[in-house]
Design a protein. Structure first.
Length: 198
């Protein structure tokens, strides 16, 4: 670091000559009286929209949307929309709970990894035994929605079982799938109507 030194007399004389000819880059503004400085400036009035447009407020015309924005159809709606591949009269009797299931599988308390092999074993054994209607109980599931931007589904098994029943090795043996009647579990269970064993 350079050491500061005092100016010599000839250097001081040159410096004073230069300082007298210099002009300030930003001249000092005139001082305002203290009374003016203490008063805050009034806020400017908002400009009116040109052309006589009506006043606009954000959200004033927004539609009132439901709290959940789940656009996918429910399991019941998906099953209703699926094509009917069995006798209409038998399907109607099955949906009303008039046909008793020949066997049932309760998947309550199982994880997805545990439930999938159990479901495969149960459906294939029922099909090989010549059964036509079986009941698979999944439960309705717990509501675990945390209110985040992405909704979480209620009941993982309830949503996964219909997909498993459409995929191999179960898809070729399952003829129809329907939500169970209230006396057999309602929305927490499924009727699985199997194809004839050949």
């Amino acid at each position: 670091m350079a050491r500061r030194r005092n100016l010599r007399p000839e250097e001081t004389e040159v410096w004073e000559l230069v300082a007298r000819t210099a002009r300030a880059m930003h001249p000092a503004r005139p001082k305002r009286p203290e009374a003016e400085a203490a008063q805050p400036k009034p806020l400017p009035k908002p400009a009116k929209p040109p052309g006589g447009l009506p006043d606009f407020r954000i959200g004033s015309r927004a539609a009132h949307l439901p709290a959940r924005h789940d656009v996918t159809p429910t399991i019941a709606q998906q099953l209703e929309a699926s094509p009917l591949r069995m006798d209409a009269g038998t399907h109607k009797a099955m949906r009303r709970g008039k046909i008793l299931p020949e066997a049932r599988l309760d998947l309550h308390g199982l994880t997805l990894a545990e439930a999938h092999p159990e479901l495969i074993r149960f459906i294939l054994n029922a099909h090989s035994a010549g059964m036509r209607l079986v009941l698979v109980i999944t439960g309705k599931g717990k509501d675990r929605d945390t209110g985040g931007p992405i909704p979480t589904r209620t009941g993982a098994l309830r949503h996964q079982v219909p997909h498993w029943l459409r995929l191999p090795p179960l898809g070729p043996v399952v003829l129809q799938l329907a939500e169970a009647h209230l006396k057999h579990g309602g929305a927490g269970a499924f009727y699985v109507y199997l194809r004839r064993h050949r």
